[in-house]
Design a protein around this ligand. Structure first.
Ligand code: IPE
Ligand code: IPE
Ligand code: MG
Length: 249
């Protein structure tokens, strides 16, 4: 199925789609398989959704791959996830270069294993000139952690006298966040049936349209993605105004 079949208007695409990729474990359990089996299948969904985003022309895609709270999972699952990430990055670099995909990350990457960090740095450097799609992986990411790090940096500047507290505005705080330079997400998708944010982009999602689906992440492929995009296009984004104001603006 193509985007045309689901009537996605390419002129009104979200600039930035963010996705909470949830449900790998339950998907695997439903098949009497270990959780890592689900994470591996999830990596195939990542490939498909990245490719579909690039094809249809979405410029920013941000994927929640590992939260600051996911460090609490069993050590074997954490190291298995890191190994899948490492393999994904190795395997995908040629395609990223060929297709104009730029990689970046958000989150506290200092906590990631050294080999993953090195591979990320190499991939980010190698793809830094690409501009068709910015693929951001949220790794060891927590929105509260990100906000705290930003507030501490601003606090230090106030303390050393180079910044007045009253001069701090939304733009300045936004520039201190890991997402500096990216537009806020227009559309947030969460797979896996839960209707919560799980500490993802709390500041940046203020006015995002939210699409929850019961589909587990390993089953979330481009046909369902196009449905989410079409649903997004059916919504009226009012940003605090009235519907009547939008007609006359
Ligand atoms: C999402 O799937 C992947 C990560 C959080 C790393 P889960 O592993 O959370 O899958 P469920 O929610 O247990 O099914
Ligand atoms: C959110 O999923 C984090 C990622 C998808 C990486 P979780 O499975 O960790 O979220 P909770 O624990 O159900 O809120
Ligand atoms: Mg989960």
């Amino acid at each position: 199925m193509s985007a045309a079949d689901v009537a996605v208007d390419r002129q009104r695409l979200p600039r930035h789609v963010a996705i909470i990729m949830d449900g790998n474990g339950r998907w695997a359990r439903g098949r009497l398989q270990p959780r890592l089996f689900g994470h591996k299948a999830g990596a195939d969904s990542v490939r498909d959704i990245v490719e579909a985003s690039r094809e249809i022309g979405i410029p920013y895609l941000t994927l929640y791959a590992f939260s600051s709270e996911n460090w609490r999972r069993p050590a074997a699952e954490v190291s298995g996830l890191m190994a899948i990430l490492q393999r994904y990055l190795e395997a995908e670099l040629p395609r990223m270069l060929e297709h104009g995909i730029r990689l970046r990350t958000i989150g506290d990457s200092d906590r990631l294993p050294a080999d993953v960090r090195n591979r990320l740095q190499k991939t980010i450097a190698a793809t830094s000139h690409n501009s068709r799609l910015t693929l951001t992986l949220a790794l060891s990411y927590g929105s509260r952690d990100e906000l705290l790090r930003a507030v501490r940096r601003l606090g230090r500047r106030c303390q050393d006298g180079s910044l007045l507290p009253a001069a701090i505005d939304e733009t300045m705080l936004g520039q201190e966040l890991d997402t500096d330079g990216m537009p806020d997400p227009d559309l947030l998708i969460r797979t896996g049936g839960e209707a919560r944010l799980s500490n993802f982009l709390l500041w940046q999602l203020s006015y995002a349209e939210i699409y929850f689906t019961d589909v587990m992440w390993p089953d979330f492929r481009r046909e369902i993605y196009y449905q989410a995009l079409a649903d997004y296009q059916s919504r009226e984004r009012r940003f605090g105004r009235t519907g009547e104001q939008l007609q006359t603006d």
